[in-house]
Ligand binder design. Structure first.
Ligand SMILES: Nc1ncnc2c1ncn2[C@@H]1O[C@H](COP(=O)(O)OP(=O)(O)OP(=O)(O)O)[C@@H](O)[C@H]1O
Length: 228
């Protein structure tokens, strides 16, 4: 199995005005193709900080992140942005849909950035909206969708470019338990049938139960790893 991303003893220390805060301390993880991993821990334990560093949205204070075999710290910004665009899909807790764009436009945004031609974009968007259960809703705006449907658009947008890895920061946090379970089932299906690799942060016991590997975090450090 090949390594999708690897974190090697990544540490993040925030040095604001007061005392420096070490949010994450020497966290290491290798994510392999096909993994379905959750990072769980109390509020403030460093989950989001870890995902941001693994997604190369934020730099570690020390330690290294590898995307495939590339050491992210040695790459120029432009190359890093390209590598991120080609390899990683993001699902944020707050959906982060663009309100003035329709489902179709929100979903195809990454494909536009990748220079995929219009006909191919249309085909892929239709396919993916069907997969996430939003077939035919291409022209709806986010405000015309429920929270669960908006989260599905966020999932569609994250997977439409067929990234190697999807990073999902508390994807079920704003959903009721039924909608949350449906979203987990969808991600499990994508993992099984389309070999999409997932790394979550979560407080949600349903996500923890679904995870094949569960990393319990405490005060920025790994407390325990459970394999299911
Ligand atoms: N930009 C920042 N500046 C200073 N401290 C920060 C910053 N971002 C996060 N922190 C601190 O780092 C620690 C870890 O935060 P992080 O958001 O990663 O936790 P989390 O586990 O994702 O929490 P939650 O479950 O509440 O989202 C917290 O103590 C937080 O206050």
């Amino acid at each position: 199995m090949s390594s999708v991303v690897k974190a090697e003893k990544i540490t993040k220390t925030y040095t604001g005005k007061g005392i420096p805060v070490t949010a994450v301390n020497e966290f290491s993880l290798e994510v392999q193709e096909g993994d379905f991993i959750a990072i769980a821990g109390p509020s403030g334990s460093g989950k989001t900080t870890i995902l941001n560093m693994i997604g190369t949205l934020d730099n570690p204070s020390s330690g290294k992140v590898f995307i495939g075999n590339e050491d992210a710290s040695t790459l120029p910004q432009k190359k890093l942005a390209e590598l991120r665009l080609q390899n990683i899909g993001f699902i944020f807790q707050s959906y982060n849909l663009i309100p003035v764009l329709t489902c179709q436009e929100n979903t195809e945004f990454v494909l536009l950035l990748q220079g995929v031609p219009a006909a191919e974009r249309q085909k892929r968007v239709n396919e993916i909206l069907e997969i996430v259960g939003l077939g035919g809703m291409n022209n709806r705006f986010p405000r015309e969708l429920s929270g669960g449907q908006q989260q599905r658009v966020a999932v569609a947008r994250a997977i439409v470019s067929k990234p190697k890895l999807v990073l999902a920061d508390e994807p079920t946090a704003n959903l009721d338990s039924k909608t949350g379970q449906a979203l987990i089932d969808l991600m499990l299906q994508l993992n099984k049938e389309h070999n999409v690799t997932f790394l979550f942060s979560t407080h949600d016991s349903m996500v923890m139960d679904a995870a094949k590997k569960l990393i319990r975090l405490k005060d920025g450090e790994i407390e325990k790893i459970e394999e299911h």
